[in-house]
Structures are given as structure tokens and as C-alpha cells.
Design a protein around this ligand. Structure first.
Ligand code: SDX
Length: 441
């Protein structure tokens, strides 16, 4: 079976794979992607051999076919609908990337104007949502509030929860993308005890979000265009990333026919974990705990100590075994934000740069191919922008919503789509009879 990850092999069919089980050989179809590894189709394995495959964490398992995002972890490549992330971060805007991820092509100017206008005019949430928030404790983590409030959207928009109706799927998609910044800003304002700030239709997506976050009724607020551009780029970098944990959660939830609001709420819950989207908050807390450059070696030693479960937050990746291309853009954005704010290299940035320098030169990290990922630099950038640490993962969720929705839409339109139902390797007790409590030893 010849694999040609670099040379597009779309269309030609590689030879079938063969598997011998109990002396019996079975042929398994092999699918050749546009780019990337060939894929052995095991969907008929159980039917033909009464065997399951076993792959905890799905390190070698494709759970779907997709046209949206492609990652080459060895080369540090990330493509959205074929376009390199570096080019999109440099030349595009988040709203255009949303259109691209949802529709597969870059929009014409008329298509973009129509899409942008639609998103701008769905940003308000139902006024009753305000009362919904008062049920939370003021010190609730904003991600806890997002899990609840995004799921609650399905209680307000009954006219777009029929997932069998393509028109309702489109309306729900637009509503979720539009309302996530509004809900995220409301979660923050509720957390700090300030009044909610309504969205405005005359502002672009990222400027609107910054204004809803930081404006207070007692003063005017002028959006800093450098920060708005930085926020827009951060949204682009976080928009989608193949079948990561939260996206797989959204797909699995959606495969049962659940409405998209509930599916995105499930994705938010999965993203919250410190091994996934919660890593940006954890990475910043780690840098703060390290505090000074002279303490970096102590933490690097802990991360290398197999008897210590400690891991460097913001390092390593399930797929990237090279530099995360988003981390490079994020590092550049960090410096642009620091320059724009006249914030010289802060202690946190110095610690981050020293940690990166040591890690990239250390045999442990080199051998295990652990590089800084996007979360390593996003935390210090967001902190410099005045975003509180507890809001870092919320921002990630705002950005990733378009990816979740694009993947959910692709799944809903897939004729092969069926409810996801993995099997297991059962290692529990064999069949045994019930023993009444009086007869137990
Ligand atoms: C995101 O999937 C996505 O695409 C996610 C994401 C997206 O956009 O959706 O990219 C966003 O979640 C980025 C990752 C953010 N998480 C962190 O920064 C948390 C710290 N990183 C680790 O928890 C870890 O690297 C993971 C969870 C990201 C990946 O875990 P894996 O797949 O188990 O890592 P691995 O198999 O590559 O590990 C190889 C070895 C292991 O040691 P051995 O068992 O071989 O002895 O490297 C070790 C790991 O213990 N290792 C680390 C480490 N990460 C892995 N050791 C120290 N510090 C680390 N950060």
C-alpha cells in the first residue's frame, strides 16, 4: 500500500489491505485522501470477523470523512478548506473565515456583505436570558455560565431546532455564531458585577465583542483597532482544528439528532478541560506560578520527571509533532499587542520565552516532539489585552463555535451519517448469579 501524503492522490484507489484473523484472511478497503495518510476501512470488520478494533483516545482512528480542515502534525501544517492558516491570519478577517469554513469557498464581496450583515443582525439574545443569568453565583466560572446559557438557547429558539429542516439548520448556525460573543461578554459582566452591554450592528464582530466586554455605562468606549485586529486574528487561529476532543463531542452529540444549541453546549463542556481548551488558562497560571526566569529549570525538571504527573501547560499536542503553526502567529501577535500597548517585555513574556528556549533545547522535549502549542502564547497575549484569565477558554469557545457548527453541518449533510456508537474491550466480571445479602461473605 503506497502512501503519498505530500502528493495529492485524490481519485486513485490504493490496493486493499488484508488482515489475517484466526487463519482467515479478509480484505479491507483503503481510502486515499486528497492529502494525508491512507485510511483502512474497518467498518465491516465486526460483521465479518466478530472482532472490534481497539484504539483508546482514537490516536489512529478516523471517525468521519471531512473537507473542512487538514493538519499535518509532522510538518506543522494547518489548512482551512485548503488555505494555510498563516495566509488567513495575515490577510483574512474572522467573518470571512467563518463563511469559508461553513460554505467551503471564500466569499465574493456580495456574498460576504450578505453574510456579515446576517451575523450582525442576530447578535442580541432574548431579553429573558438576562433573568436566566441571575440564577448563577457571581463567582461562577464563566465557562460554567457558558455551558448553561448556550444550552439554554434551545429553550428560546424553537423555530430553529428542527435539525431535519435545512433552512432551520442555517438559521440556528447563524444565531449561535452571532450570539456567542454576546453571551460570553454577559458571562464576564455578570462575573464582575457590571451591567450587560448590548451589541451594536455598526461594529465588526471582534470590535463588538471587545466593546461588550469592556464598556461601562459611565464612560464612552473607543475600540483600539490594534487590539480588535489581534482579537480577530486570535479568533481565526482558534476557529477549527479537525476532529479534536470538543469537535468530536459536538459530532457525537449531533449524531443522535440533538439540536445544535445543545451540541455546542456539549462542545463547550469538553473544551473546558485543561488538556484541551482550558490549557490557555492553565498555561498562564503556570507562567505566573513560575514567576521568574531563574525558576524555569525547576519546572522543566518536574515536567520531565516520570514520577511527577506535572506537565508544562501549552506544550505538546496529540497531532502536532512539530511547531504548532498557530503558535508562531500567536507569538507574533503577542509582540504586536505588547508594542501597541507600550508594554515592554513583561515578566510573564520573559518567563515564557525562557521556558520555550530551554524546552526546545532539551533532549526530553526534542525526543518526545513537544513544542509550544497555541495555548502557550494565547494566554500572555490575552492577559496583555486586559482579558481576565477566567475568560481565556471562553474566548476559545467563541472562536471554535464556527468550527463546531461547520463540522456539525457537514455531518448532518453526510448521507452516510448515523448515530455514533463506539464498542469496547470488556474486561469486567463474567456472567454470575445474584447473591442475597444474607448469603454474602
Ligand atoms: C489544544 O486536539 C486538538 O487539536 C486540540 C487543540 C485544538 O485546537 O482543538 O489544538 C487545542 O487542546 C492544544 C493542547 C493544549 N493542552 C496543553 O497544552 C496541555 C499540556 N499538554 C499535554 O497535556 C499533552 O501534550 C496533550 C494532552 C496536549 C497531548 O497528550 P498526549 O497525546 O498524551 O501526548 P503525547 O502522546 O504526545 O505524549 C508523548 C509523551 C508522553 O510521555 P511518555 O508516556 O511517552 O513517557 O510526552 C509527554 C507524555 O507524558 N508529554 C508531556 C507533555 N505533553 C506530553 N510531558 C511534559 N509536558 C507536557 N506538556
Amino acid at each position: 500500500m503506497t502512501n503519498s501524503p505530500d502528493n495529492p492522490g485524490a481519485g486513485d484507489t490504493p490496493p486493499a489491505a488484508s488482515l489475517v484473523i484466526d487463519g482467515k484472511e479478509i480484505k479491507l478497503d483503503v481510502h486515499r485522501p486528497t492529502i494525508g495518510p491512507d485510511v483502512v476501512d474497518v467498518s465491516k470488520l465486526y460483521k465479518e470477523t466478530r472482532h472490534f478494533t481497539y484504539d483508546p483516545g482514537f490516536t489512529s482512528t478516523a471517525n468521519c470523512s471531512s473537507k473542512i480542515t487538514y493538519i499535518d502534525g509532522d510538518k506543522g501544517v494547518l489548512l482551512y478548506r485548503g488555505y494555510p492558516i498563516e495566509q488567513l491570519a495575515e490577510s483574512s478577517r474572522f467573518m470571512e473565515v467563518c463563511y469559508l469554513l461553513l460554505n467551503g469557498e471564500l466569499p465574493s464581496s456580495d456574498e460576504f456583505a450578505d453574510f456579515d450583515n446576517t451575523i450582525r443582525h442576530h447578535t442580541m439574545v432574548h431579553e429573558q436570558m438576562n433573568r436566566f443569568f441571575t440564577g448563577f453565583r457571581r463567582d461562577a466560572h464563566p465557562m460554567a455560565i457558558m455551558c448553561g446559557s448556550v444550552g439554554a438557547l434551545s429553550a428560546f429558539y424553537h423555530d430553529s431546532t428542527d435539525i431535519t429542516d435545512p433552512k432551520q439548520r442555517v438559521i440556528a448556525s447563524h444565531r449561535i455564531i452571532s450570539k456567542m460573543p454576546t453571551l460570553a461578554a454577559m458571562a464576564y459582566k455578570y462575573h464582575v458585577g457590571q451591567p450587560f452591554i448590548y451589541p451594536r450592528n455598526d461594529l465588526d464582530y471582534s470590535s463588538n465583542f471587545l466593546r461588550m466586554l469592556f464598556k461601562v455605562p459611565t464612560a464612552s468606549y473607543k475600540v483600539n483597532q490594534v487590539l480588535s485586529r489581534a482579537m480577530d486574528r486570535i479568533f481565526i487561529l482558534h476557529a477549527d482544528h479537525e476532529q479534536n476532543a470538543s469537535t468530536s463531542t459536538v459530532r457525537l452529540a449531533g449524531s443522535s439528532g440533538a439540536n445544535p444549541f445543545a451540541c455546542v453546549a456539549a462542545g463547550i463542556a469538553s473544551l473546558w478541560g485543561p488538556s484541551h481548551g482550558g490549557a490557555n488558562e492553565a498555561a498562564l497560571k503556570m507562567l505566573e506560578e513560575i514567576g521568574t526566569v531563574d525558576r524555569v529549570p525547576e519546572y522543566v525538571a518536574r515536567a520531565k520527571d516520570k514520577s511527577d504527573a506535572y506537565r508544562l501547560m501549552g506544550f505538546g499536542h496529540r497531532v502536532y509533532k512539530n511547531y504548532d503553526p498557530r503558535a508562531r502567529v500567536m507569538q507574533q501577535t503577542a509582540h504586536e499587542v505588547f508594542d501597541a500597548l507600550g508594554v515592554r517585555e513583561t515578566p510573564l513574556l520573559k518567563v515564557a520565552m525562557e521556558l520555550e528556549r530551554i524546552a526546545l533545547g532539551d533532549d526530553y522535549f526534542i525526543e518526545k516532539k513537544l513544542y509550544p502549542n497555541i495555548d502557550f502564547y494565547s494566554g500572555i497575549t490575552l492577559r496583555a489585552m486586559g482579558i481576565p484569565t477566567s475568560m481565556f477558554t471562553v474566548l476559545f469557545a467563541v472562536a471554535r463555535t464556527v468550527g463546531w457548527i461547520a463540522q456539525w453541518k457537514e455531518m448532518m449533510e453526510d448521507p452516510e451519517q448515523k448515530i455514533g456508537r463506539p464498542r469496547q474491550l470488556y474486561i469486567g466480571a463474567p456472567k454470575r448469579d445474584y447473591v442475597p445479602i444474607g448469603e454474602r461473605s
